[in-house]
Structures are given as C-alpha cells and as structure tokens.
Design a protein around this ligand. Structure first.
Ligand code: G3H
Ligand code: 13P
Ligand code: ZN
Length: 334
C-alpha cells in the first residue's frame, strides 16, 4: 500500500473548491508515455496551473499501470526541477469500470479515481459508486471519487456508448447523497473522440468548416440549481482544432468529418460549476500533425527523438493555450 501523499500528489478536493470559486476549470489531460507527461508538466509549470494526470484503460494496457504511477511520481519531482516549488498534481484513474480496478489504483498511490457506472441501470450505478466511495474515503489520506450520470455519445476504444442521454437533473441530488461522490461527470452534449457530432447535426461556416450545435447549458444550469457549488466534470471536451486536422490531411492523413466542442463553449462552462475538463483527442491530433510533418518533409529521418521531440513541443504549446485561453487555470497555483 502506498499513499499518494508519499508521492507528493494531491487529491481533487481543495483544487475543485478553488476552481469553482475562481470561475475556472482544472485541466485533466490523458497520458500514455514520457513525451506526453513531459509536455503536460512543462505547460502546467510554465502557466502556473494545477493539473490532473489521467490514466485510461487504454493507457494501462499500452504502458502498464505501475509504470504510469511511477511516472506520475517522477512528474512531481520533474515539476520541482522546472522551478515549481509546490506542484499540485493529481493522479486520476479515467473511466474505471470496476471496484477492483479502482481499489488497485488507490492501493498503489492514485489520489483520485473515476468509477464510470453510467452505462448501468441507475440503482446499480449508485451501488457501485458508493462501494468505491466508501473504500476511497476510508483511506488514511482521503482519495477523491468522480462518478457519472448520463451517457455520452461516441465510440472510442473502451469508452463506447451508442447513444447520448443527457444527465437528468432530477436524479443528481439523489445520486450524490446516496453515493458520497466528490464530483459528478455529466452529459450535456460532449462526447469522446474527434467526431463529436454527425455532419447532419452541424451547419457549415463560410470556410466550409462544420459548426456543431451548442452544448445543453440549460441542463447544466438545472444541475447547478440542484447541487449548488458541487464540482461538475465534462468529459469529451476536445475542440478538434481545424488547423491540426488540415495539417494531418496535408501530410497524408484522413480525418473526414472531424468536429469538436468550440472553445468559447468550454470557456463558458469553465466559468460555471464545471471544474474539471477532460482533454485527450486534441493532444493526439497535435502529436500526429507534428510527426506527420517531420516524416513528410524529411523522409530520411529515423531518430525517434527527431519526431517525438517536435510532437512534445506542439503538445506543450497546445496545453499552454488550453490553460491560459480556454480553461482559465493558468496562474492558479498557490
Ligand atoms: O475517455 C477516453 C480517453 O480519451 C482515453 O481513451 O482508453 O483510448 O486511452 P483510451
Ligand atoms: P476527448 O476525446 O474529447 O479528448 O475526451 C477525453 C476524455 O473525456 C477522457 O476521459
Ligand atoms: Zn472521458
């Protein structure tokens, strides 16, 4: 058993309280390898932002859960080395799907876990989420738990739901009080991956770029009324920047019908009780664009550092932009 405090990590409790009061959201960035971790930490140290490092089931399969935990421990030391005196880094399990998985992460030093019972019938979701909360909250150092109500559309690896069902505002109070969750992921129109809406759901702007329908802010407002001041989480919040899509296609990629959540919508959400915003796909696009460019413009390059390095730099630039311009988490480190 290792407690996250021994690793220099923090849970989400205080972070979320400050974010709600301050009208900004904490970035939750997924990581699977060293370059992604370096880019996240560099960007968050330079913008003086707290951060949540997320480990998905795909990441655990790809990189190994133990190794990722040690990388998060290394991230704390790395942030200090980059000049951050008191890093605020959370190590969070993204989309945990069983009690056993959440327990194993808690036991090895994760400071926060998500139990995603959103695909289960309501009562089963309540029971599973409560079981995880009871375990996480009984630790000597309180581990925070994110639950989910409502179903996100989209298909992405392990996270797959065919339809989107907005969160029912009338259920949230009961869910939170019965389970004891510390934060709640909701469904108001975001979804995982790079194709968040079908083209027929969108309009096109003058440049022919797909413009999606707005998020259901009315549902968010009703949820906030039911749970005043309670931390709300948005998954599936990549913006799918058209510049990256174009660059990838310019260098041979094929990413038809890509459409994300416009940044102004995320900015608006971040000013509300939404205090954690999950971003993964945008990072994938940034890295892919940079790597494709190296391969296309310098076909004789074969040193991985020469294409992973530019990918890391692009990722850092993207995350700095998110922290400063979109989530507003920059300059919120103590
Ligand atoms: O929410 C899902 C994340 O984008 C991670 O997906 O399991 O492919 O790493 P993954
Ligand atoms: P995106 O696919 O929009 O980046 O969402 C990531 C996410 O929700 C991770 O849990
Ligand atoms: Zn997600």
């Amino acid at each position: 058993m290792t407690s996250y405090k021994e690793l220099g990590l923090v849970n989400t409790k205080e972070m979320f309280e400050k974010a709600i009061k301050g009208g900004y959201a904490i970035p939750a960035y997924n990581f699977n390898n060293m370059e992604q971790m370096q880019a996240i930490i560099q960007a968050c140290v330079e913008t003086k932002s707290p951060v949540i490092l997320q480990v998905s089931s795909g990441a655990r399969k790809y990189a190994n859960q133990t190794l990722l935990r040690y990388m998060a421990q290394g991230a704390v030391e790395y942030a200090k080395e980059l000049g951050c005196e008191k890093p605020q880094i959370v190590l969070h399990l993204d989309h945990g799907d069983s009690f056993e998985l959440c327990k194993s992460c808690i036991d090895m030093g994760f400071s926060s876990v998500m139990i995603d019972g959103s695909g289960l019938p309501y009562d089963e979701n309540v029971a599973l989420t409560k079981k995880v909360c009871d375990y996480a909250h009984s630790q000597e150092n309180y581990v925070t738990v994110e639950g989910e109500l409502g179903v996100l559309a989209g298909v992405e690896d392990e996270v797959s739901h065919e339809e989107s069902h907005y969160t029912k505002p009338e259920e949230v109070k009961d869910f939170v009080s019965k389970t004891g969750v510390d934060s709640l992921a909701i469904s108001i129109g975001t979804s995982h991956g790079r194709c968040k809406f079908k083209p027929e759901q969108c309009t096109r702007n003058a440049d022919g770029v797909l413009v999606p329908p707005p998020l259901a802010f009315d549902v968010l407002e009703q949820i906030e009324k039911e749970l005043p001041g309670f931390p709300i989480v948005l998954h599936g919040s990549s913006s799918v920047p058209v510049e990256y899509v174009k660059e990838i296609e310019q260098y041979g990629g094929k990413l038809a019908d890509s459409v994300g959540i416009p940044e102004d919508q995320l900015r608006k959400a971040a000013k509300s009780a939404v205090c954690k915003i999950n971003i993964d796909s945008d990072g994938r696009l940034a890295m892919t664009a940079a790597i494709r460019k190296v391969f296309a413009t310098n076909p004789s390059e074969f040193d991985p550092r020469k294409y992973l390095g530019p990918a890391r730099d692009e990722l850092k630039k993207l995350y700095m932009h998110k922290n400063i311009e979109v989530l507003g988490s920059a300059n919120h480190l103590d």
